[in-house]
Structures are given as C-alpha cells and as structure tokens.
Ligand binder design. Sequence first.
Ligand code: FAD
Length: 414
Amino acid sequence: SEQSPGVDVVVVGGGIGGLANALALTLKGLRVRVLEQAHEFGEVGAGLQIAPNCTRILHHWGLLDEVKSLGVLPESIVMKDALNGDVLTRLDLRDVERRYGFPYMVIHRSDLHGTLLRACRRAGVELVNDVAVTGYEQAEGGAVAVHDGGRESAQVVLAADGLRSVARRIVSDDEPVSSAYVAYRGAVPFDQVAGLDAQPKDVVVHVGPRCHFVQYSLRQGEMFNQVAVFESPKALAGEADWGTPDELDAAFAATCDQVRAGLPLMWRDRWWRMYDREPIMNWVRGRIALTGDAAHPPLQYLAQGAVMAMEDAWVLSEHVGARGGAGAPGTSAGVDWDAALAAYNAVRPQHCRRVQTTARAWGNLWHHDGEKREWRNAVLRERDVYDYGYVDWLFGPTALTPGHLPPMFPEYGE
Ligand code: FAD
C-alpha cells in the first residue's frame, strides 16, 4: 500500500477533462498527480469544435495562441437540409468572435489533448500511465483512489474517468443511455477532397431524417474532417451488432450529392455508438468529485462535451483559488476544499443539465422527417442570422455561481 506524499490532488483519467483539471489546479499552486489507465496519454477520433466559452478559458490558461496555430477559425457554421442541400440557417463566426470576445474554432482532438499535455508537463503535473483505478474511499481530510498497484491518497480525488466512470457509482446508480445513434468519423488530407465541393472556411452541418453529416477542415486547412451520424435500425430492434457499415450506407442513401460524395471518405473499420446519461445534480461526495463526461456526458449535438469538461476545470480551480489557493509554495494547507467543492457543485450540474437536455432536443430537431422536417426548415429559415438568443447562455462567460438559465426551447422537443 502506497501513500502519496507531496500530492494535494489525484486526478483519475488523463483525457481532455482530466488534463484540464490537473493544469488548472497546478496553476493555482497545487501538486497534482494524474492516473491514466492507458499505456500512453492520447485521444482517438478526429475533430472537436471549441466554442467561445472555452476559447476564453484556453486564453486564461495561456494556451489560446497555441491551439489557434494548430486549428482552424472557420468563418461560418452553415446548416443545410441533407435531402436537398438547401441552406437553412447559419452562424457568422466572425460576428460571434466580436460578440463574445473569443473565437469559435475547430481543432484535431489529439492537437488539443497534446497542448494540454505539454502545458501539464511544463507546469509540473505528475503524469502516470498504466494505472486503472478500481475503487475509491473517503479518508480523514481527504480521499483515496485504489488500484491494482496500491492506493493513492490526497486531499481530493477528482474522477475524470469518462462516460463509463467507475467513480460515478459513488453518487448514482444510473447507466449510460443509448440513443441508438452511431457516429462514423474520417479525417483525410485536404487534397483527397478536391472533387467534393468542400468548403474550407465553413463548418457545414447537413441535417436529415434520422441522420446528419458534419464537415469542416482541420490543421490550418491541411485536413478535412467529416462526421456521419445516423439512427441504427438494428439498435432499435435490440440487436447487439449495431451501427455496421451497411447501416451507414442505407441511412444516407436518400441524401443529396454533397453528402453522398463525402461518405466514401469515412473510416469504415470503427464507429462510435452514441450514449449520454440522465443529468444528475450532485457530483460530490466527501472529498471525491466527478468532472467531465464522468459527471455529464452529453449527446454531441451542441459540441459542448469537451468544452464543459474544460469549464468544470476552470470553475473548480477558480473556487479553489478564492478559498485559500495553495498557501505557501509547496503546500495547500490553506484550501477550504469543502467550500470549494460545494461552490463547484452548486453551479456546474445546473449548467450541464441544461446542455444535456438541450442537446437531446436539438438532436430531435435535426433528425425530423416529413411534416416536422418542413416545419423545422421553415423555423430555421426564418431565424435572423444575428439572433443569438439560443446561444448566449452557452457562448457567454462561464458562470462561477448559479444563476438564471433561459427556459428550455419547448418547441424543439418531441
Ligand atoms: P474521456 O475523453 O472519456 O477521458 C477519460 C479518460 O479516463 C480516458 O483517457 C480513459 O482511458 C481514462 N480512464 C477511464 N477509466 C479509468 C480508470 N478506471 N482508471 C484510470 N483511467 C481511466 N465535445 C466538444 O466539446 N466539441 C465537439 O465538437 C465534440 N464532438 C464530439 C463528437 C463525437 C462523435 C463524440 C463521441 C463526442 C464529441 N464531443 C465533443 C464530446 C467530447 O469528446 C467528450 O465530452 C470529452 O472528450 C470528454 O472528456 P473526458 O476527459 O471527460 O472523458
């Protein structure tokens, strides 16, 4: 059994959420150890959209220039009908940047993860691989993460262990909820999309019956990223083997030329079944707290999952800083952890619940068919491009204390 001398906080999981928390707390003067089960730190998948509520935080951490140099700042998000290709509405991302003070960007996941990893190393975060945490215990003035090789104790254990979090069982007995939707991804060199009518300066989202298709360029325009998402008939029928490439082809058979032209570029050897969870309003027990997807995995339709994870990290670290910070260098005796965790728990579940429920409703709206599709298209066409009523609550500064959230958009629901 191993104690953890000199460590104030143990973070379980080294994804974007875990690294963001480790960095933010280290910048407040704490000593942080990250335990990651994988043999190496890394990310699979392709692109990530990062909205201004998160580029604001990356700026705060001194990382915005680096991520901008690795990513792309698109000019617009354009929503089109997947069946006929008609433009339905758009967001002017130059105006978005003016309005919120920070850009909307897209970046390769591994580039964002790599930026956080390098920043953690520079800041002195202790990064440990090949450690799978199997249990958690409360302790006097702290908590313990238990793994095969021993025990890691600290004043606080933060669980950033993702959708299938082990730690979540401490506060909830819920399970991931299958949406019966599956995502295919594919990122290819831009020269491979020459014949595609690819728009290098836009994020294009084609919304269609039970499916949608997203395209944007990555890595300063060197790569083109596509995501194809559809409802799996085999999942609805209760079959275990769902989301297979034959279902991909069938789901998009009736879509417009631009969408069908992109499909052959998808990676066909792996796919991501889409799960979220019911929102829960308590993420803290004693000195153990959930963060990132462990706390609030959304469906990805608002592109705020990784963003929320980084917001969690910023909010908790600000409350830690406001409640004693690290005291003398090398000690954290001064932090009032119970107050900091309570302040975090008072604001983040409220916001993330809204994102999770809105993402489900937004997905429903995207995937309408028949008369509902006609109605949806009419509503979106009428929308004033410069009406930010639906995104102010998302893109504005991340709240540190609970406040008023706008009403849900009942017209989006089923
Ligand atoms: P994860 O990335 O799941 O990381 C968890 C880490 O913990 C992993 O490294 C894992 O190996 C480790 N771990 C797990 N269990 C243990 C254990 N027991 N012990 C030790 N280590 C453990 N978000 C956006 O903001 N914008 C987007 O555009 C966007 N698009 C998306 C598109 C798709 C198709 C999908 C599926 C998601 C998308 N998301 C997006 C969501 C985003 O990917 C996630 O919300 C985010 O990556 C969650 O980060 P996390 O660190 O909380 O969890």
